[in-house]
Design a protein around this ligand. Structure first.
Ligand code: PLP
Length: 405
C-alpha cells in the first residue's frame, strides 16, 4: 500500500503568507473602499531592466532559428554565465572561486531547500531565530528536526540561535556543535548584516568544529558599507567550510524570471568526503538546467549597461528603505535593518504582539506588513516592512503611520 512521507504531516499548517492573505481578504471584503498598501511579501515591483529584456529578446530569436536553436542546457549552467558570475561576483572582490564551482539553478529557494539532501540524515542543523522558514521546513520534510512544539514554536532537534536586540540581531555560537549552520546576511527578516570580522569568526568556528556553513547571500546587492562582506568567500578558510547561495530575484528583479546559483568549492569536505561531486550528481539527476533564454538574461546582469541599470533599481528600493526607516524613527518607533538590506524590522509599540500590530496597522491605516512571530519565536513583538513597494506607496504608507494618533 502506498504511504506518504509522514514527515510532511508534522509541518504546522497555515503558512505565514496564507494567513496574511486571509486576513487581508476578509478586511477588504468588509471595507471595499479601503486603499490597502502592501509592504508585506518581499516581491519586487520594478520591471526588468532594459539591458536584460534586450538580451532575452535576442535569445528568443535565436531559439527560433535552426542555426542557433538550443535544446537542453548543460546541467550545471552555460559557461558564458558561470564565467560571468565567477568574474563579477567573486574574482572582482578578491574571492578565489572558479566557474566550475558554480552551479546555475532556477533560484535560491530550491537550492537552499535541496542542499540538505546530500548530507547525512542525522545531521544536526542550526538556524537563526527568526529565520527564513525554508531552511527548517526542508529539513522537517527530510525527517531531521524531531517533533514540533506548537506552544514554543520550536522543533526538538533543531539548534536555534536567537537573534535579538540584545545581540544586535547577530547570532552567537551555539552551545552544542551543529553539523550544518544556516546563515543569511543581509538577513531576511531582520535586515541585519554581519561584519567581515564577525563572519570570519564563524568561518574559523566551522573549520574548528567540522561544521559546514550554508550561507544565503540572496540580498548581497543591497550592501553599501565596505566592512560588510558580499560573499562568505571574502573570509580566509571559507573554501573548506562554506557553501553559498545566490539569487537573481532581488538584485536583478528576477522573482518571476527565475535564476540563481550555488557555489561549492572543490576542496570542501564533509567528514573526509568531497561535497562538490555529490551536488553535481544531484543536479545532474534531478535538474535539467535553467532555460537558455533566462541564462542569457542572467549574463546581461553583468554587462556594463545591465550593471548600471541594476544599480539604479537597488538605489530605488534603498531609497524606499530609507524613507521607511527614517519615517518610523521620526514617529517614535524602534527600528533596525534597512541600511544595507531591503527589510526594516521594527519593534511593535505598547507591547503588542506581532499579529496584534498586524491587525492594528491593517485596520487603522490599511497597511499590510509581516508579523515577526511568523519567522520564529524570537520574532514575537517585531514586524517586518519591505522596501520593494513603489516609492509612491511607500511614502503614502509612512505618512499614514506618522499621522496615526
Ligand atoms: C533569504 C532568502 N533566500 C532565498 C530566497 C529565494 O530566492 P529565489 O527567488 O531565488 O528562489 C529568498 C526569497 O525571498 C530569501 O528571502
Amino acid at each position: 500500500m502506498a504511504r506518504v512521507n509522514e514527515n510532511y504531516l508534522k509541518l504546522p499548517g497555515s503558512y505565514l503568507f496564507s494567513e496574511i492573505g486571509r486576513r487581508v481578504r476578509d478586511f477588504s471584503a468588509q471595507n471595499p473602499e479601503a486603499e490597502i498598501i502592501r509592504l508585506g511579501i518581499g516581491d519586487v515591483t520594478l520591471p526588468i531592466a532594459p539591458a536584460i529584456i534586450e538580451a532575452m529578446h535576442k535569445a528568443v530569436d535565436e531559439m527560433g532559428e535552426k542555426e542557433t536553436f538550443r535544446g537542453y542546457a548543460p546541467d550545471l549552467g552555460y559557461d558564458f554565465l558561470r564565467n560571468a558570475i565567477a568574474e563579477n561576483d567573486y574574482k572582482s572582490r578578491g574571492c578565489d572561486i572558479s566557474a566550475d564551482e558554480i552551479f546555475v539553478s532556477d533560484g535560491a529557494k530550491c537550492d537552499c531547500s535541496n542542499i540538505q539532501e546530500i548530507f547525512s540524515a542525522d545531521s544536526r542543523i542550526a538556524v537563526c531565530d527568526p529565520v527564513y522558514p525554508v531552511y527548517v521546513d526542508s529539513n522537517v520534510m527530510a525527517g531531521r528536526c524531531g517533533e514540533y512544539d506548537p506552544e514554543k514554536q520550536l522543533w526538538s532537534n533543531v539548534i536555534y540561535m536567537p537573534c535579538t536586540a540584545g545581540n544586535g540581531f547577530s547570532p552567537e555560537f551555539p552551545k552544542e556543535n551543529p553539523d550544518l549552520i544556516y546563515l543569511c546576511f543581509p538577513n531576511n527578516p531582520t535586515g541585519a548584516t554581519i561584519t567581515r570580522s564577525r563572519l570570519q569568526e564563524w568561518v574559523d568556528y566551522a573549520n574548528k568544529t567540522g561544521a559546514i556553513i550554508l550561507y544565503d547571500a540572496a540580498y548581497e546587492a543591497y550592501i553599501s558599507q565596505p566592512d560588510i562582506p558580499h560573499s562568505i568567500y571574502e573570509c580566509d578558510g571559507a573554501r573548506s567550510c562554506a557553501i553559498e547561495f545566490r539569487s537573481f530575484s532581488k538584485n536583478a528583479g528576477f522573482t518571476g524570471v527565475r535564476l540563481g546559483f550555488t557555489v561549492i568549492p572543490k576542496e570542501l569536505e564533509a567528514d573526509g568526503v568531497k561535497v562538490h561531486p555529490l551536488w553535481a550528481r544531484r543536479h545532474g539527476t534531478k535538474y535539467n538546467g535553467a532555460p537558455y533564454i533566462i541564462q542569457r538574461a542572467g549574463e546581461a546582469v553583468y554587462s556594463e549597461e545591465g550593471k548600471k541599470q541594476l544599480r539604479e533599481q537597488v538605489s530605488y528600493y534603498m531609497n524606499n528603505a530609507k524613507c521607511i526607516y527614517e519615517g518610523l524613527r521620526a514617529a517614535g518607533y524602534t527600528v533596525s535593518g534597512g541600511e544595507n538590506a531591503p527589510y526594516i524590522w521594527l519593534k511593535t509599540p505598547d507591547n503588542m504582539t506581532s499579529w496584534e500590530f498586524f491587525d492594528y496597522l491593517l485596520k487603522r491605516v490599511n497597511i499590510v506588513g509581516t508579523p515577526g512571530s511568523g519567522f520564529g519565536p524570537s520574532g514575537e513583538g517585531y514586524f517586518r516592512l519591505t522596501a520593494f513597494g513603489t516609492y509612491e506607496n511607500t511614502v503614502k504608507a509612512i505618512e499614514r503611520i506618522k499621522n496615526m494618533d
